[in-house]
Design a protein around this ligand. Structure first.
Ligand code: FNR
Length: 182
């Protein structure tokens, strides 16, 4: 049985450094773990409790988002910081799964990447609070802020800096080890 890690980028930008970094980390998965990228962030409607009820009436994009999360054994989120917070589109996606509970006990890695020296640490902190409220399982080593990202990654997202690489290897290991044996 193949295990699946679902990658979620908090940036909708075509040349996003976060999306590129996430693809690169996805390529570091150990044998037996498939990495998939969630592509539906921009298709989600704005969350309202009024739209969240009857499964048959649910917006198709919301249904797909929940299905992709349910099919995953672990999640990896990589996000920019916008004005000291989590980008609205990512927060909106997370608000859609507060009631449905897909993150409950879900092994989850959280990464922020920014050209600034703190690597988007405030957004990372806020994202972590949100996910913990939803009972996500975030291993200590599966949380990382990547500063100076423009210098840190190549066009394909590849990381050459040895410290960052070793933190990423630790993150991937911590996340895969957090997946329960079935
Ligand atoms: C930013 N950026 C930014 N960076 C940061 O470290 N802290 C911040 O609060 C913000 N705020 C912010 C707001 C808005 C509206 C934009 C467009 C940008 C800069 C941001 O880190 C940079 O543009 C990254 O390259 C965005 O990530 P992606 O799209 O490359 O993944």
């Amino acid at each position: 049985r193949n295990l699946v890690v679902l990658g979620v980028s908090g940036s909708l930008r075509k040349q996003s450094s976060n999306t590129r970094l996430l693809s690169f980390i996805g390529g570091m998965m150990p044998a037996g773990i498939e990495f998939r990228m969630y592509q539906g962030l921009a298709s989600l409607p704005h969350f309202s409790p009024d739209l969240d009820g009857d499964e048959a009436q649910l917006h198709g994009a919301v249904h797909e988002w929940r299905e992709e999360l349910r099919a995953a054994n672990a999640i990896m989120i990589c996000t920019p910081e916008y004005a000291r917070g989590v980008p609205g589109s990512l927060k909106n996606a997370l608000d859609w799964v507060v009631s449905s509970g897909e993150f409950m006990n879900m092994p989850t890695a959280v990464i922020s990447a920014s050209p600034h020296p703190d690597g988007g640490a405030i957004a990372l902190q806020s994202l972590t609070l949100t996910l913990k409220m939803m009972s996500a399982a975030i291993p200590d080593e599966a949380s990382l802020a990547v500063p100076f990202v423009s210098k840190m990654i190549g066009p394909d997202g590849s990381v050459t800096d040895t410290n960052t690489l070793s933190s990423l290897l630790n993150l991937v290991r911590a996340l895969s080890q957090a997946i329960p044996e079935k």
